[in-house]
Design a protein around this ligand. Structure first.
Ligand code: UVW
Length: 322
């Protein structure tokens, strides 16, 4: 996929040559990166945020009759019914003592085809990914920094919703619309919220509303809105020790950087180089409405993707608890 508006995008290795890196910071075998910033202290502090008992699940439906928004080139999950009551219409149905009948089904799905965590080995340039691991170790399945270590660890901390759509007075951000860390700070201030070090940032654009409004036309000139790369933004993530960026778009950042035409710069500057975990395609609508109603934009955030051996990502159903 290329952006036709920019003829010669720079090579990521040149663009990010002076960008900060956390490779080696947590040892030569680390596979969870900035999740190391979330320890018992952060968990206990976040638990103090639970005051009303309201809970919000942030996963989008898999197999939504209205469609599943996925990254171009991926296909929505296909669920197949294997057993149901009709199985027992025929003579060759399984017979269990006592007359048991049951339903079974399976899905054929991209692991990143719904609300998801990426493993830190999901993206790279220059033959190396997170912590300096060799990109050849991805062949046939991620030997290093798959989603499994993230799943084994789980993600618990203070989540802060940054409602960029509401902040900009829009139902949803437009295609290719960008914002910076300064905009996140301004949004937080307008909400009466403070972004603290080691917060899990949960950013709402409501852009996927257009997937449901437009159908296939959604993918024409595909360019999602989102955070846009700058050295200052990357340094801010580093200084704030942000462990996890959660958004309601398919790929968490503006798809093509309008300043240079490069695709998914922040996947590399944040995930590959800093070890920031990325969570995408979250459904933030009910949570955002509640935050707007009660004026409380921080909460206990709890998530664990599925333990998929060698997986480059996995579905997840995060829970925000207020
Ligand atoms: C890509 O960036 C290609 O995938 P994801 O949106 O899962 O991070």
């Amino acid at each position: 996929m290329t952006d036709p508006t920019t003829p010669t995008p720079p090579y990521l290795g040149d663009l990010l040559a002076d960008s900060p890196s956390n490779w080696g910071k947590w040892g030569p075998d680390d596979e969870v990166g900035s999740l190391n910033y979330l320890g018992p202290e952060q968990v206990l502090a976040a638990a103090q945020l639970v005051t009303s008992g309201k809970t919000f699940t942030l996963q989008r439906l898999i197999g939504d009759p209205k469609g599943d928004p996925v990254w171009p080139g991926r296909t929505p999950a296909e669920r197949t019914q294997i057993l149901d009551e009709s199985t027992w219409d025929g003579d060759d149905a399984p017979a269990y003592p006592g007359g048991l009948h049951y339903a079974d089904d399976k899905i054929n799905a991209f692991l990143q085809g719904s609300t998801l965590y990426d493993g830190l080995g999901h993206v790279w340039y220059g033959g190396q990914f997170w912590n300096g691991y060799d990109a050849r170790t991805t062949v046939g399945g991620l030997e290093r920094a798959s989603v499994e270590p993230i799943a084994q660890r789980g993600v618990v901390g203070r989540g802060v919703l940054l409602d960029m759509a509401r902040f900009r007075g829009k139902d949803n951000l437009a295609a290719a619309e960008t914002f910076t860390h300064e905009d996140l700070l301004a949004c937080a201030e307008a909400q009466g919220t403070t972004i603290r070090p080691r917060d899990i940032l949960v950013v709402r654009t409501n852009f996927l509303k257009l997937f449901f409004d437009l159908g296939e036309a959604f993918y024409e000139d595909f360019c999602e809105p989102g955070l846009v790369y700058s050295p200052e933004l990357v340094q801010w993530f580093q200084d704030m020790e942000i462990p996890n960026l959660v958004t309601d778009t398919i790929a968490n950042e503006v798809t093509f950087d309008p300043n240079n035409g490069v695709a998914l710069v922040l996947h590399n500057a944040l995930m590959r180089n800093l070890g920031v975990t990325l969570t995408e395609i979250a459904d933030l609508e009910a949570l955002a409405q509640d935050c707007a109603d009660d004026g409380k934009y921080d909460f206990l955030y709890v998530a664990a993707p599925l333990k998929v051996a060698k997986g480059s990502g996995s579905p997840v159903n995060p829970v925000a608890i207020k």
